[in-house]
Design a protein around this ligand. Sequence first.
Ligand code: IPE
Ligand code: IPE
Ligand code: MG
Length: 242
Amino acid sequence: MIDKERLPVHVAIIMDGNGRWAAKRGLPRLAGHNAGMLAMKEIVKESSRLGIEHLTVYAFSTENWKRSEEEVSGIFRLLVRYVDSELRELHENNVRVKILGDYSVIPRAAVERLEKTLAMTCENTGLRFNIALNYGSRAEIVRAVNRIREDMKSGKIKEVVEINEELISRYLYTGDENGNIPDPDLIIRTSGEERLSNFMLWQSAYSELAFTDVLWPEFTPEEFRRLLEQYQNRDRRFGGRK
Ligand code: IPE
Ligand code: IPE
Ligand code: MG
């Protein structure tokens, strides 16, 4: 049983295993990514239903460019198609969509469609659904440092200001004029791999990690709830003592 009073505020998911799911069935990798989008759709709905405040999914990493052109463009196409076809429902469910990562590099038409979604949902007050797209944590930290330097040069921040954790957090993709996205309380990775693969290195300092062997396209709301329940049995100490 999930205690609705003690839900993680921010759940992040490294959606892994699409390729292996497809290979197991003798299908092309893109069929796996397509099935992965369907799984993602269900988890967004379940998160809304449960009343989770922030859901972040790792959709494409800065390292995923190493894959074939066909796979890369296919992933972007599927993602834009998902966002397009779900836009109305996302909006009706009061979901606010945000992209974490440099998405300006993906095809122009796709950028425009994503921006339409961002604009349309930007006032929504329900689930905050963050899609990490062309996201890499090291690139994110480097970008933050460069942006701080620029803002110091232009005088937007005083040169004498002390650089502290709060300042750096504000300049990450998870920083936000309307209040930062809180650090993930729970990071889930599917498919049996147990690593972060350049995801939220700064923000995960005290995240609980949950690994499941289930391949992402087979990840269900039931499995999601099982991991949430497991999270609620963890003892989070943050370096202190009870
Ligand atoms: C995760 O599935 C989706 C992305 C990384 C874009 P993979 O494509 O990594 O699937 P596997 O790890 O090859 O099974
Ligand atoms: C991590 O999965 C990136 C995403 C889920 C988008 P990968 O499949 O790319 O990670 P590695 O290569 O197994 O570490
Ligand atoms: Mg993988």
